[in-house]
Ligand binder design. Sequence first.
Ligand code: GLA
Length: 430
Amino acid sequence: MVTLMMRLTGRRLQPPDCVLALSLMVLILWEIPGAWALDNGLAMTPTMGWLHWERFMCNTDCTEEPDSCISENLFMQMADLMDSDGWKEVGYEYLCIDDCWMAPQRDSKGRLQADPKRFPSGIRHLSNYVHSKGLKLGIYADVGKKTCAGYPGSLGHYDIDAETFADWGVDLLKFDGCHCDTLEQLADGYKHMSLSLNKTGRSIVYSCEWPLYMWPFKKPNYTEIRQYCNHWRNFGDIYDSWQSVKSILDWTSSNQRTVVSAAGPGGWNDPDMLVIGNFGLSWDQQITQMALWAIMAAPLFMSNDLRHISLQAKTLLQNKDVIAINQDPLGKQGYLLRKEDNIEVWERPLSELAWAVAVVNLQEIGGPRSYTISLASLGQGVACNPACHITELLPVKTKLGFYEWTSFVKTRINPTGTVLLQLKISQTTF
Ligand code: GLA
């Protein structure tokens, strides 16, 4: 810090200067979003990709279910589709393997190895294939003695596992937190693996579940987690149900004072996978997940079957306007602004003084409900000051027009659905 200040001031610091220097430093760091993020230059916007867990789980039976078991075929098929069906173009880049890819034992040199029946060509081959499609490959391991599904854990093997992943050309590691004996082991393990990945010299996004496994015992220190991880799961696993999506939103809003400020370029809260395109969510609920994952600056990992997905779900997942909100370069996570009469209003500040606003109708009886918002109440009073252009992005893109600060915008929201708005400042008033 002193060296940097000498560079800035050109002379050695004296005691009063130190105070000044410190304040200047605090100011500088305050201004740099994500100043304390893991310094690997990755995940400057939330990571986007595909992850097998929610849809394919730990299906290892390739005899009975050759099309949906965890095998190299599944990932090669998904890679082909991510490339050919427009997913890569809109930003879904990381094709990620979750639990159950491993053989039950390490090899003779102590390295993790893929199940030889299901991944006969090995992970190196798979990563070459994925890279040849212009995509990146993610893999899964666990900080403790075993993975959650009981495969070999990385405890005591952090360096060798990081080196193995780097040798294979892996680009992301999802590091789970099952089977740890103590909180200290959990924390040391997560930090150790972060440093081991760094030492390999390969750019590997580090996706953690550290806070999720801490919460039952102790409030996590997000400043510290952010220094080691590119994103982190806070809450339990997503299921293909509205109940599950709602519980994640509830957890996030109830803990927003703790988690929102932790997010920024380089480090994000991870509310788990997008389950859009599966079986459990109605159309309106799928819209709610997409809109709110954008508001929360969440990593966007789809877990669905890209071989069998409706055009409607595909169009929603590939909605460029909503993805642009999720990927907004300012990198500030949104929050719940108010909740009244089963309506939630969430907002997120965007670059160029724009704002995204999501209005969710949580009432599960009756039809669409109208809700009117005073524009002066949005964006800490400045979202539409002196005036703004408002566009509805979801459910249907519609230009709502020009609004003055003192005016109101009226929305109409389906049960369990969301209306997502974008507000852009206009300097002109008339
Ligand atoms: C945990 C994680 C899930 C998934 C499974 C795999 O439950 O939270 O996301 O990785 O383990 O066993």
